[in-house]
Write a new protein. Structure first.
Length: 271
């Protein structure tokens, strides 16, 4: 709850959510490091805004192993193929021709990317822009070496704004966008078009998570198209403070229903 994220107060969101979920569930909140010791006494474990697991990777890996070994129900389910498993999916989706920001994993593959004056170099295991660098084309190889590990390399895309689409299970809930590219977390409601939702659902379908909350982050290019920035399927921040009260209530209703089905072991209803 004390994790400090740039431009966001994670704790506020979860204080609000738990205050509403208590009407339906008996809850206990704990630090991620304590989850393994407590989860036997509960029907399900909900992973929420815990900050990047990089800060306690070995403990998180132990939690995952324990949950899988004991059959504990973890929400979101631990089968996610996107951010939950690292950033390899961006390389895979890029190679498969999905509408993602073109991505490669080494300086030797730079020729596979669109030519650009600047490139983004970031850790393959990363979050919250930790370790991200924007460098001139001629300095990519040096930046990769300085990173000292596996990286992702992307052209620095000239985009209009970033937009996020929020789903509970397979159902779209709302969309938010950042009008100012320099202020990523100053968000406003976005009226998603049919084309927007077709784009976002392509990644929800690919991940095939079944239950859980997912956030599809994209950037709007100058030609009006969308490119995936990331698919957050571990503990997505929801920016509920940017929603009107009616929209927040609708999200809480959808989340509560999803969590009820999940805790009871019920199958996901077709969308």
């Amino acid at each position: 709850m004390a994790y400090r994220a740039r431009g966001r107060r994670y704790c506020d969101e979860d204080i609000f959510l738990t205050s509403r979920l208590r009407a339906r569930f008996d809850l206990a909140l704990c630090h991620p490091l304590d989850a393994g010791a407590l989860m036997e006494g509960f029907d399900a474990v909900v992973v929420r805004n815990s900050g990047p697991v990089l800060g306690y990777q070995s403990a998180y890996d132990a939690f995952r192993a324990q949950a899988l070994a004991t059959g504990a129900r973890v929400y979101n389910p631990l089968t996610g193929k996107a951010d939950m498993a690292g950033k390899q999916y961006l390389l895979d989706l890029s190679a498969a021709g999905f509408p993602v920001i073109p991505t490669v994993g080494s300086a030797e593959e730079l020729h596979r990317l669109p030519s650009a004056e600047r490139y983004v170099v970031k850790p393959k295991l990363g979050a919250d822009s930790v370790g991200l660098r924007i460098v001139p084309a001629g300095q990519v190889a040096a930046a990769v070496t300085a990173a000292g590990g596996e990286v992702l390399i992307q052209p620095c895309v000239d985009f209009v704004h970033e937009v996020s689409f929020y789903f509970v299970d397979d159902d779209f809930q709302y969309a938010l966008y950042a009008p100012d590219p320099e202020r990523r977390w100053e968000l406003r409601p976005h009226a998603a078009t049919a084309a927007d939702l077709e784009f976002a659902r392509r990644f929800i379908d690919w991940n095939d998570l079944g239950h859980g909350i997912q956030r599809v982050d994209a950037c709007r290019t100058r030609d009006g198209g969308l490119l995936l920035v990331e698919l957050e399927d571990l503990n997505p921040y929801l920016s509920l403070e940017a929603l009107a009260e009616e929209a927040r209530d609708a999200f809480v209703t959808a989340f509560t229903a999803s969590l009820s089905r999940f805790a009871q072991g019920a199958a996901l209803n077709p969308a």
